[in-house]
Design a binder for this molecule. Structure first.
Ligand code: 5GP
Length: 196
């Protein structure tokens, strides 16, 4: 008789998504700091850098023409217009290279992107990062203070929609404490997945 447990192979590609301001970036930064063995994708974006953001580290900041070229050459594993404001995408070759090198890979992207990765790489494991409550999410969104009120309203609208998508994901991690959420996420690479 085949032992089903023996067929469980942990995924080496995890997609971290969730509503805006839930703390995906902070959790990913925590993984970067404490788990350098995990490779984290650097996205391309047409958004302008915020103060302190470094090109090639936080994002590859590119213009619309360069983004169009990446789409045309199938250079992106997924891409999306986020908050109706700018385009973001995951460079495909970098992900493939990391996986081919046997690394565990993490993508921190939005929901639309997570859905595309699921279609293109069915073996990826999708993790939903949830806030302790919607009220707490709103507090975090406004507390960050980096967006004007029109932008905040756009992001809230996106967040409401994104919260409804939780059931599409393989697992939910509640981001009450960043360090704990980070360790729960890292644990998924070895234990939480039955996908290839
Ligand atoms: P921010 O502009 O605050 O850095 O990011 C805005 C949103 O874009 C976040 O929800 C983030 O997860 C998402 N994002 C960042 N990189 C990518 C990407 O490569 N693809 C997609 N689809 N979303 C991304």
């Amino acid at each position: 008789m085949v032992d089903q447990a023996a067929l469980v192979v942990p995924s080496r590609l995890i997609v971290l998504a969730g509503p805006t301001a839930v703390g995906k970036g902070t959790v990913a930064a925590c993984v970067r700091e404490y788990h350098p063995e995990i490779w984290i994708s650097v996205s391309v974006t047409t958004r302008k850098p915020r103060p302190g953001e470094v090109d090639g580290y936080h994002y590859h900041f590119i213009d619309d023409d360069a983004f169009d070229e990446l789409i045309a050459s199938d250079g992106l594993l997924e891409w999306a217009v986020v908050h109706k404001a700018a385009r973001y995408g995951t460079p495909r070759s970098a992900v493939e290279k990391a996986l081919a090198a046997g690394k565990s890979a993490l993508l921190e992207i939005d929901l639309q992107g997570a859905r595309q990765v699921r279609r293109r790489m069915p073996g990826a494991f999708l993790c939903f990062l949830a806030p302790p409550s919607f009220e707490e999410l709103v507090r975090r969104l406004i507390g960050r203070g980096t967006e004007d009120s029109a932008e905040r309203e756009r992001r809230l609208e996106t967040a409401r929609e994104e919260m409804r998508a939780e059931s599409e994901f393989d697992v939910t991690i509640v981001n009450t404490d960043v360090r704990i959420a980070c360790e729960e996420l890292v644990d998924l690479f070895s234990s939480g997945s039955s996908r290839l």
